[in-house]
Ligand binder design. Structure first.
Ligand code: NAD
Length: 259
C-alpha cells in the first residue's frame, strides 16, 4: 500500500478530481478527511471509502472563510492523531471578463484559488512539522503555465499558485515538508460545466456539456479531455513517499497541452 500509515486532508473532495484522488489515496491505505462545501457529497465519498474498508471522515466547510482552515486541520489531527499530507485541491474558474470585470468575481477567484489554499497550508504546517515532515499538494492548472485568453484572471491566480508552491517548497525543504503542484489540463468534471454557463464567455456560450468537453479536449496533443482519476494518480504519487526527492515541482497532467 503506497499510503500506509499516512493521514491527511483533501479539499474540494466531493466531486471531480478531488473525489477520484481521495478514493485512490484511501485505497492505498491513507486515512482521509474529506472536505467540501457540499457536506452531503463529502459524506458520500467518506461512506464509499468506509464501505470499502478504508478510513475517512467528512466535513462540510466553506473554505472561503479562512477560519475553516484551522477547523479542518484541528478535525483531522483530532481524528487521526496528526497529519502527513494536505491536498489543496479547491479552486474556481474565475471570470472570463476583463474590461467588464466585476472585482467581486476577481476576489472570489483569488480567495478560492490562492487565499484558501494558503490558509489551509498555514494551519497544516505545524502539524506536518510535528510528524517530522510531510507533503503538501496544490492544484494549479495548465492555465497557470501557458496563458489563457479564455480567462486571464484564472491564468493569473493559477500562476500565483505556482509561485507560492515554489517559494514554499524552498522555504520548508530542510524541514522535510515537500510542496508540489499538479497542473491539470482540461478535465471532464462539473467545473467544466461552469464554463458553459458563463454569460461573459462568448466562446462557449450555447455549447452543451459534451460539446464543451470536446472543445476543451481538442486543445490537448492527445485530442481529448482528461479523466478525474488520471489527475488522482499524479496526486497519489506526489503525496506519497515515492516522491521523496520531489519538491517545488509542477506536474502537468494535460495530454501534452503545454508541450
Ligand atoms: N476541470 C478542469 O478542467 C480543471 C482544469 C485545471 C484545473 N482545475 C482545478 O481543479 C480544481 C477542482 O476542479 P474539479 O474540476 O475537480 O472541480 P469539481 O467541479 O468537480 O468540484 C469542485 C468541488 O469544490 C467544492 N467547492 C466549491 N466551492 C467551495 C468552497 N468555497 N469551499 C469548499 N468546497 C468548495 C464543490 O462543492 C465541489 O465539490 C480547481 O482547483 C480547479 O481550478 C480544473
Amino acid at each position: 500500500m503506497r499510503m500506509k500509515n499516512k493521514a491527511g486532508i483533501v479539499t474540494a473532495a466531493a466531486s471531480g478530481m478531488g473525489r477520484a484522488g481521495t478514493l485512490l489515496l484511501a485505497r492505498e491505505g491513507a486515512s482521509v478527511l474529506v472536505v467540501d462545501r457540499d457536506a452531503a457529497g463529502a459524506a458520500r465519498v467518506a461512506d464509499e471509502i468506509t464501505a470499502a474498508g478504508g478510513t475517512a471522515f467528512a466535513v462540510g466547510a466553506d473554505l472561503r472563510d479562512p477560519a475553516a482552515a484551522c477547523e479542518i486541520v484541528a478535525e483531522a489531527t483530532g481524528r487521526f492523531g496528526g497529519i502527513d499530507f494536505l491536498w489543496n485541491h479547491l479552486g474556481h474558474p474565475g471570470p472570463a471578463a476583463v474590461e467588464q470585470l466585476d472585482f467581486a468575481d476577481f476576489d472570489l477567484a483569488v480567495d478560492l484559488n490562492i487565499r484558501s489554499q494558503l490558509a489551509s497550508t498555514i494551519a497544516a504546517l505545524p502539524e506536518l512539522r510535528a510528524r517530522g515532515g510531510g507533503s503538501i499538494l496544490f492544484t494549479a492548472s495548465t492555465s497557470g503555465l501557458v496563458a489563457s485568453a479564455f480567462s486571464p484572471v484564472y491564468s493569473s491566480v493559477k500562476a500565483g499558485v505556482i509561485g507560492l508552491v515554489r517559494g514554499l517548497a524552498k522555504r520548508y525543504a530542510k524541514e522535510g515538508i515537500r510542496v508540489n503542484a499538479v497542473a491539470p489540463g482540461p478535465v471532464d468534471t462539473p467545473m467544466a460545466r461552469e464554463f458553459v454557463d458563463r454569460k461573459d464567455q462568448p466562446a462557449t456560450k450555447g455549447l452543451d456539456r459534451e460539446e464543451l468537453v470536446q472543445k476543451f479536449g481538442a486543445m490537448t496533443a492527445m485530442g481529448r479531455a482528461g479523466r478525474p482519476e488520471e489527475i488522482g494518480y499524479a496526486a497519489l504519487f506526489l503525496l506519497s513517499d515515492e516522491a521523496s526527492f520531489v519538491t517545488g515541482a509542477v506536474l502537468p497532467v494535460d495530454g501534452g497541452l503545454v508541450a
